[in-house]
Design a protein around this ligand. Structure first.
Ligand code: PMP
Length: 428
């Protein structure tokens, strides 16, 4: 049985539910005949918005009637609008079949809707990490994870990644200072592993099932919580999709972060976290103190869409989004084959929106990308932005294939090739 207290930092331990937020959930569950003079909600008849009709790209429209509109405009439960939460639970059950879904213990699967997956991740880090903690992260690392973890005073234990994501041998190496038997008595033993399993940002790498199984087994041996940051889950190019860590989580040691940003809209800011209720409870306490709940209007948009489409249509939509990005990836790969042979190395992205190029003969891409490339009117991200250890130079760059047209991609990669040739000449 998991002892979740081992993983909570002092701030999270000290959190209490907000009494008014708990009341919001009681009110939400009460029959309409209940007379409430308890809640301090504003009177929604005074809100100027009444209903909405959303015109969809396929020509249809989705209506938010006055009743749903007033729900969306009012304060609502911290874990999310009840109907949307139910629907997302059903989705997680169908897609991942979490083994602890029917548990009656603290590890029972629960779900909370958040302002993008970023907020859920940040809240989870602020629950689990404390000054001086060692945290296992892949290198290169999503900068959005770096900026939420570093100020908490943690040390990064870097795990190498390749086109197949986190390297198991490198993870074992990072853990080799400890043994499974002494971790409970070693205050410096890592407790958290952060991993982007699909379409990694910036590498485009994706973990195959056998690596995930090995990683999960190590997490069991070393008693780690896995933060499964999976916003590119629906943007996997290989079929069938690789089973998630959540789907193999018999213990309740996985917090899974999903996002609608890449498949419905980034600006809606809707994500959700799924995992053991003992940890979700603490995340909710934090949200009760910070944002109260994710935007009701955004949640209602997502709910109405999923209700209208149903799961099947939603999955068909996400498949068409994945197909689009796969085709864009192939255009960038074709341009790379045409111009970058002998000048750069890369692996074929398994999903997501990025290619991670290693520029040959360029030890540090920073100046090349932040000055010379801008002069040549082509933009990339220098690899150092993704280094957990910012003091080391990087010979990599991240290229994103989501927006540029075929012609722009061809021309942009051609400009990159000439930049590399110039840089190589300078170093000779
Ligand atoms: N994790 C990773 C790896 C990402 O690339 C992103 C988006 N850039 C996020 C989390 C945050 O996504 P969201 O829009 O759901 O907050």
């Amino acid at each position: 049985m998991m002892n979740y207290r081992r993983f909570l930092n002092a701030i999270s331990e000290a959190r209490q539910p907000s009494p008014l937020r708990v009341l919001a959930e009681v009110i939400d569950r009460s029959p309409p005949t209940t007379i409430s003079m308890a809640n301090g909600n504003p009177n929604s008849t005074l809100f100027p918005f009444e209903e909405a009709s959303i015109k969809m790209r396929d020509g249809s429209s989705i209506k938010i009637d006055a009743n749903d509109m007033s729900k969306a405009l009012q304060y609502s439960p911290t874990p999310g609008l009840t109907d949307l939460k139910k629907l997302l639970m059903t989705m997680q059950k169908e897609l991942h079949r979490p083994p602890t879904l029917t548990s009656t213990d603290e590890n029972q699967t629960d779900l909370t809707i958040t302002t993008g997956s970023q907020q859920a991740l940040c809240t989870a880090c602020e629950m689990l990490l404390a000054r001086g903690d060692n945290v296992l992260v892949g290198s290169p690392l999503y900068p959005g994870a770096e900026v939420m973890m570093r100020p908490l005073g943690v040390n990064f234990l870097e795990v190498k990644t390749d086109g197949d994501g986190l390297c198991v041998d490198s993870l074992k190496q990072s853990l080799s200072k400890w043994t499974p038997d002494d971790i409970e008595s070693s205050p410096d033993a890592p407790k958290v592993l952060y991993v982007v399993p699909n379409g990694d940002n910036p590498t485009g790498g994706g973990l195959p099932l056998h690596r995930k199984q090995d990683i999960y087994q190590l997490a069991q041996q070393y008693n780690l919580i896995i933060l499964e940051d999976d916003p590119y889950y629906f943007l996997q190019f290989n079929k069938p999709k690789v089973p998630s860590f959540l789907s193999m989580d018999v213990d309740g040691r996985v917090l899974r972060f999903d996002s609608f940003s890449k498949v419905l809209s980034a600006g809606l800011r809707i994500g959700f976290v799924t995992g053991p209720q003992a940890l979700l409870k603490r995340i909710n306490y934090h949200l009760m103190a910070s944002v109260l709940h994710a935007s009701g209007i955004s949640q209602m948009f997502v709910y109405k869409l999923l209700e209208t489409w149903g799961m099947q249509m939603f999955l068909e939509h996400t498949q068409s989004v994945a197909d689009f990005y796969e085709a864009r990836r192939d255009v960038m790969l074709a341009a790379a084959d045409k111009y970058l042979k002998g000048l750069a190395e890369w692996s074929v992205p398994r999903g997501g929106m990025f290619i991670w190029f290693k520029l040959l003969g360029v030890d540090d891409t920073y100046e090349l990308i932040t000055e010379k490339a801008i002069q040549k009117e082509v933009l990339f991200v220098p690899g150092i932005s993704f280094c957990p250890d910012r003091s080391k130079p990087s010979s990599h760059i991240r290229a994103c294939y989501s927006l540029a047209t075929d012609e722009q991609m061809d021309e942009g990669i051609k400009r990159l090739a000439s930049l590399i040739v110039e840089a190589q000449k300078e170093t000779k």
